[in-house]
Design a protein around this ligand. Sequence first.
Ligand code: MN
Length: 428
Amino acid sequence: MPIETNNPSKKSWLEVAKNSDFPIQNIPFGVFLTRDDIITIGTRIGDYAIDLGALHQLGYFEGIPLTEDIFLQDTLNDFISDGKKTWRAVRIRISEIFDIENLSLQNNEAHKKVILFSMDEIEMKLPVQIGDYTDFYSSREHATNVGTMFRDPENALLPNWLHIPVGYHGRSSTIVPSGIPVRRPYGQTFPKGANNPVFGPSRLVDFELEMAFITTDANKMGETIAIDEAEDYIFGMVLFNDWSARDIQKWEYVPLGPFLAKNFASSISPWIVTMDALEPFRVDSPKQDPEPFHYLRQKGKNSFDINLEVSIAPEGQEETVVSKSNFKYMYWTMAQQLAHHTVNGCKVNSGDLMGSGTISGPTPDSYGSMLELSWQGTKPVKLKNQVTRKFIEDNDTVIMKGYCEKNGARIGFGEVVTKLLPAHHIES
Ligand code: MN
């Protein structure tokens, strides 16, 4: 069933620039601080932030079963808990209110004054309180590149990789929204040629180009989520920069996997784009061979055509695009990740965040990390003005963008922009 909110000919009475990521067909959800320092749940059309708390108080959601304070909260968790029917009803209603044919709010200056904000007068916050964060490793190209560099080009993929959507449990406490700078971490490393481990600032700080999905509460402990239902429990997606310290990672990851190399920071884009908005951009995911176990088998188009781009801007300089990738390259789909995550009865909650893993494409200009782009530092990446980078340097800003485009219709995620600050000094 086509979703009316996605009709590409639909227009809003709010002005939307031609290449905006946020036309009326998008209607993402986020949390922001208003010009009066009030925190509220909102959506965005063009460069306008829309206060859903105010819309609700003024009666615009009449007929939709919502608690009075559902949008007057500092996270989306309770709204996400209300389930897909409610998300869809609210999104459809927003689409109607801002449709160019609808005059009710359009002609009400007093209401518009309390509902509408320009993007430059608000501050975006973390949209959900993230309970648990899981990171997958689902790009075949990325896993192959890393396996080739770190282990053995002949056996780059480990034997489990084509059977299991491999993942690990990360840490949610250090996930921050776009705009919040992160700091170069200290840690233990074992540099090439050294005889002993050393302690100091990481010298190989890297980005990971990922996307993440946010779940609703889906199952009780002991219950599984069937693959055919898995997408119904996904609220939406964000861009995700999963900062990594490659030198710390290399020394610490055996035998239990990533630890301090990964949990010092991860950055997300602040607007959650719903699965309903992404529906028109479905594409086939890569063919899976060998055929996965029954609980991971899917029919139909289960991936999404989302263009991804990473840029680096050294301090005081313009940015250079260093990678162009696409979410559709992921070998394992989000539904497979969620079905696998719960096949043992693991409980998933509202506001959990699942990272895709680094999304590398098939060509060297589509790799999703500096580790791969500079091939462990052996091929420096050229930026503008004769600047080169092997990894991320102090005061560099990393910018990730993502958008879908089809037949002239465009839905985007905006960006996640993060500056890397120099390490704080710690005595060894
Ligand atoms: Mn990661």
